[in-house]
Design a binder for this molecule. Structure first.
Ligand SMILES: Cc1cc2nc3c(=O)[nH]c(=O)nc-3n(C[C@H](O)[C@H](O)[C@H](O)COP(=O)(O)O)c2cc1C
Length: 326
């Protein structure tokens, strides 16, 4: 399957603008019976890899990261193709246009993307409708990513969406949204997480920024841990300047991030000990990468860019490879 995608499908899809091909991918995932059938073959030798993430039992430790299915339209199909769990969103209280275009660039030779989307999305009410339609099997393996620039709006998202999913991931780390960085200040983050912890009844994960200063990274982890976070997703994209983007800067994702993901996971695990969940995210594109991230201390992994470059067989291929090296 990987061969067919790489040599037949990808060259055609990559002729389209990145945002157009993303829309095309999401639309194609609406054909759920096709992906169910695809999954029957792709997942046939995945085996039993049940993993528990802060009390949430998932089918395998490979998750689709936030941002692919921003409006929670195709989460069932993403599970069908072999992801052990899925993250919908990021959802914000109000609908957002995102930043001006162009706002997404492919770096094909490096297996990387740069995006400056800035949370385009339909907002809380439509996301709630979509999540309410999920079957119990899908919702039991769904995390919802929420964000905002004010505590109250994030809390409102949590209260409205948490009952419909297995857990919540709060995104304080998108480099493309003005105002979000306020929560990368430890005191402010701790207050936010304390407030959300008081309102939550399911596991709460924090999507960490990809900080290059390890002292600052650990300080943030500590603040969120003290505030009551159950787990951490390490980490979001790497802020980077690029003149091809209308806003001149965005977030780098894909293969170039693997090294820093390994370092951040190791630091987080060392600091937190064995208690909280650590999920490694960034640059994972095959089973060896995923194994290395798990060996560095992660309980599970998430990916986005590898789905774009390697195609729909990627989740089952990684989970099969992880099983073989367990
Ligand atoms: C186009 C695009 C959109 C993204 N949107 C979100 C988002 O809405 N929320 C979020 O937490 N992360 C978002 N991310 C970051 C990913 O979830 C992930 O952290 C990052 O891409 C690193 O993983 P990867 O190298 O496997 O892609 C986005 C990434 C990409 C490429």
């Amino acid at each position: 399957m990987r061969f067919i995608y790489r040599f037949l499908i990808r060259p055609v899809v990559f002729r389209l603008l990145p945002e157009v091909s993303h829309r095309f991918a999401v639309d194609s995932f609406r054909l759920r019976p096709v992906w169910r059938l695809f999954g029957l073959f792709a997942r046939s030798s995945d085996g039993d890899q049940r993993t528990v993430l802060s009390g949430i039992e998932v089918r395998n430790p490979v998750g689709i990261a936030a941002g692919f299915d921003k409006n929670c339209e195709v989460l069932g199909s993403l599970l069908d193709i072999g992801f052990g769990y899925v993250v919908g969103g990021t959802v914000t209280l109000d609908a957002r246009q995102g930043t001006p275009k162009p706002r997404m660039i492919r770096r094909s030779k490096e297996g990387a993307l740069i995006n400056a989307l800035g949370f385009p999305g339909r907002g809380l009410a439509p996301a709630r409708k979509q999540l309410a339609r999920l079957s119990p099997v899908v919702s039991a393996r769904t995390l919802i990513s929420i964000s905002g620039t004010e505590e109250d709006s994030i809390r409102e998202c949590l209260v409205a969406l948490e009952p419909l999913v297995a857990g919540v991931e709060v995104n304080i780390s998108s480099p493309n949204t003005a105002g979000l960085a306020v929560f990368q200040e430890p005191v402010r983050l701790r207050q936010l997480i304390e407030m959300l912890s008081a309102a939550k009844s399911k596991p709460l994960f924090v999507k960490m920024p990809r900080l290059t200063d390890s002292g600052a990274f650990i300080e943030l982890i500590q603040a969120a841990h003290e505030g009551g976070a159950d787990g951490f997703v390490t980490a979001n994209t790497l802020p980077i300047a690029h003149q091809g983007l209308a806003v001149g800067k965005g977030g780098l994702s894909g293969k170039p991030l693997l090294e820093s993901t390994l370092e951040l996971v190791e630091q987080a695990r060392k600091h937190l000990g064995n208690g909280p969940t650590v999920i490694g995210c960034g640059g994972i594109s095959n089973a060896e990468d995923a194994r290395a991230v798990m060996d560095a201390g992660a309980d599970a992994v998430q990916l986005y860019t590898a789905l774009v470059f390697e195609g729909p067989g990627i989740a089952s291929s990684i989970s099969r490879g992880l099983r073989a090296t367990r």
